[in-house]
Design a protein around this ligand. Structure first.
Ligand code: NAD
Ligand code: UDP
Ligand code: UDP
Length: 338
């Protein structure tokens, strides 16, 4: 019993929780790792807008200072160039852990670095959460389901993942990150949340990051053919970034650990996606077929009934509504390139 007591981790009392009725909620100190990236920068906008203090920790591998440049004069905003594979000491209430390249092109560029980021980076952020008593949210991925044999995918599905393939640095990396998250919860009492994010698109994606929506949009704007990999009959479900960010914040503030699928259940083949991009940007746009990459999942569509029931969350923006908002951002940045 003595050993059990001495192993009990002291938990800092977070100033933001368990306040007496009528006492104003103080602003939170929040870390967003990967906050200079696509999803992270939109999350930072939302947290700052609601009055929180935000520290972004990013090594700028795929993120850009430009994505958060509009906050640089804000006293509640801080940007730290740091690699999460190395330990870091901070005093915070919440940790949104996003740091990890998300596009297959980027995560396959240096697979060893990707798995280190997922394992050592997540371990460090959980160690930080444990030390300061912060709540920790992991941005996991639909890739934990691999090339799924269950369709649509529910959170109870354990997945169908190749552990030695070229995508495994990412999907096995995220599966290990989930394991670490649950073990710090069960073993060290850390308050955790797990989101399994499905394909997300929107303004500020890297122009040439290799993901299908950014590729098709940039190609159509540049009057190049849209590159369809394989026969184009594989499916994905595309979520607009503001829906995702709302889901992440709702999950963090909720009493539920998860995992929760956060995605838009609208399912499209890559050929159907090319049609929507064509209608939105240029009726004359063409497609060009290219060989597909190894281990490409054949289909993907979230079952979001758990998030609907427990978080009262569901996406609001359809592909046809969201795409034009991304197109205007891409148009501006492609013009700036010229
Ligand atoms: P992104 O590549 O735009 O952002 C990732 C950010 O993490 C970048 O700013 C990058 O510089 C930073 N980063 C990478 N390695 C790091 C390291 N070792 N130390 C510090 N910073 C590091 O990708 P995104 O689309 O914004 O994805 C954000 C998170 O959401 C990722 O964890 C990703 O796995 C997850 N996710 C995204 C999608 C999606 O469709 N966008 C789908 C599933 C999961
Ligand atoms: N860690 C960190 N910041 C902190 C606390 C811990 O980066 O504020 C790192 C720490 O260096 C270690 C990891 O998180 O590599 C796990 O920490 P934990 O305390 O759980 O394990 P231990 O240090 O006992 O191995
Ligand atoms: N894809 C495509 N053309 C491209 C890029 C991707 O047809 O220019 C396909 C890819 O083969 C996959 C789907 O689009 O079937 C989604 O790929 P992405 O890299 O966006 O994300 P993933 O869901 O594979 O992580």
């Amino acid at each position: 019993a003595a050993a059990a007591v001495s192993r009990k981790i002291p938990r800092a009392v977070s100033g933001a929780r368990r306040l007496p009725v009528g006492v104003r909620k103080p602003s939170l100190r929040v870390v967003v790792t990967g906050g200079a990236g696509f999803v992270g920068s939109h999350l930072v906008d939302k947290l700052l807008a609601r009055g929180d203090s935000v520290i972004v920790v990013d090594n700028f591998f795929t993120g850009r200072k430009d994505n958060v440049a509009h906050h640089l004069g804000n006293p509640r905003f801080e940007l730290i160039r740091h690699d999460v594979v190395e330990p870091v000491l901070l005093e915070v209430d919440q940790i949104y852990h996003l740091a990890c390249p998300a596009s297959p092109v980027h995560y396959k560029f240096n697979p060893i670095k990707t798995i280190k980021t997922n394992v050592m980076g997540t371990l460090n952020m959980l160690g930080l959460a444990k030390r300061v008593g912060a709540r920790f949210l992991l941005t996991s991925t639909s890739e934990v389901y691999g090339d799924p044999l269950e369709h649509p995918q529910k959170e109870t599905y354990w997945g169908h993942v190749n552990p030695i393939g070229v995508r495994s640095c990412y999907d096995e990396g995220k599966r290990t990150a989930e394991t670490l998250t649950m073990d710090y919860h069960r073993g060290a009492g850390v308050e955790v949340r797990i989101a399994r994010i499905f394909n997300t698109y929107g303004p500020r994606m890297c122009l040439d990051d290799g993901r299908v929506v950014s590729n098709f949009v940039a190609q159509a704007l540049r009057k190049q053919p849209m590159t369809v990999y394989g026969d184009g009959k594989q499916t994905r479900s595309f979520q607009y970034v503001s829906d995702l960010v709302d889901g992440l914040v709702t999950l963090m503030e909720s009493d539920h650990i998860g995992p929760f699928n956060l995605g838009n259940p609208g399912e499209f083949t890559m050929l159907e996606l090319a049609e929507v991009v064509k209608e939105t940007i240029d009726p004359g746009a063409s497609v060009e077929f290219k060989p597909n990459t190894a281990d490409d999942p054949h289909m993907r569509k979230p079952d979001i009934s758990k998030a609907k029931a427990l978080l009262n969350w569901e996406p609001k923006i359809s592909l046809k509504q969201g795409l034009p908002r991304m197109v205007s951002d891409f148009q501006k940045r492609i013009m700036d390139e010229m």
